[in-house]
Design a binder for this molecule. Sequence first.
Ligand code: SF4
Length: 452
Amino acid sequence: MNFADYKRFLECYMGDDGFRERFDRAPAVALREAALSPECPVEFLQAIAAGCRSYNFRPVLERFSAELAELRNFAAALEESNPFTVRCRSACGGNARFEAWRERRRRANRAVLQPLYFDRSFNIAVAYELGVGCSGRCGFCCFDAPPLRENFRYTPENRGLWRGVLALFRELLGDRAGAAALYWATDPFDNPDLEKFYRDFYELNQVWPPITTRWPLRDPERSRRFAGEGREHGQPGCRFSVTERGELRRFFREFSAEEAMDWSLVLNNPESLNRYSASGRARQAEPQECQEDTTSCCLSGFLVNLCRRSVRLVSPCVPDEANPYGFHLWSEASFRDAAELERVLGGMQERFFPEGPEALPFLRLPPVWNLEIAGGRAELTSRYLVRRFEVSRQEAALLERLKRGLSRREFDREFGGELAFFGKTHGLLEMLWKSGMLSEEEESWTGSISLW
Ligand code: SF4
């Protein structure tokens, strides 16, 4: 298979309604006119195209296992050789309590976010905003970024703060500190000093995180230079967001399929078959333009704004009224320097990354789980998961109480003593805890995330 041309075929089909119409009418002619030779059966491309239209890839899975295996092997080899994806997905031993918290968040989300989408997404630990606001002004912005107001420039003072913050996260999180993004509700190419911040990041973490920018064509030579420097540092990937069909066609003229082979295009133009997560400004979009049970947030950890000197602890969730940006806000604070940030993070660790369920003041099964108990068996069902296991009468009683929720004092009174701490009831709590099935959100948290 010619991977570069196969990838460009997908981008053309997903993003350009003109190509889509021509391909559906006469596939061979459309491929020839676009100078694409994916070197795979046209029936396979047609099945992929049908999947893109319907979001149902089952027929492709059933009929084209050899082609899919080739694509999967190719993608897996790319991932394994990329230090960034390794830091996102593999175990990192830097901070056991933080790692366990991230794993509980991942498992909790597995129950409510679309598995196909969720399993593929990155899971970063820190996101740094090197500015306030974004020049993109995209109508669908899932983080509802305000207009660009300020950039964090690479002055001697800012350089000192930046390197101090990076060193702190490196010390606290170990290798996991490399699973980071240098943007969030910002566009990295808005910052004229971006490359200097990247070089420091690489020096301290030996990772060059991928970029996501809406502006690959603002200065194509900068895009090329940035991508080239990334490649030299082990990061061939860039993500470019496209918001207009004309831009997509210009992109194809500017960058050949071979040159753009390692880059992802996020096809956000109105003609695209791509769908948004229903968060931020996309909450106003038509329901058919959105993909349910997805989120644009891929951060379980710390969101740091260097201009504001603020830090937030967040994790992905299904977007809703209470969490309109698709992340749950656990805590937020400000800091003056790296030393104060260290104290802030220490406090967050104590409060939000407890070592076991004993630390929870209130024990509760999250409402996403439906509980049924019959014949000595419990069945817990969420939107995307089912868990079944045998239970004693005591455990069944505890599950019923957890469904309604009980305080630690009530737990001690009703299930206390030896049984609770050395017997099977405690084992049940441990299992639920490790599976992300005990609610950890602060019931009384009143923070606001309206202050971008
Ligand atoms: S989607 Fe990205 S580029 Fe567009 S406004 Fe939001 S942060 Fe900026």
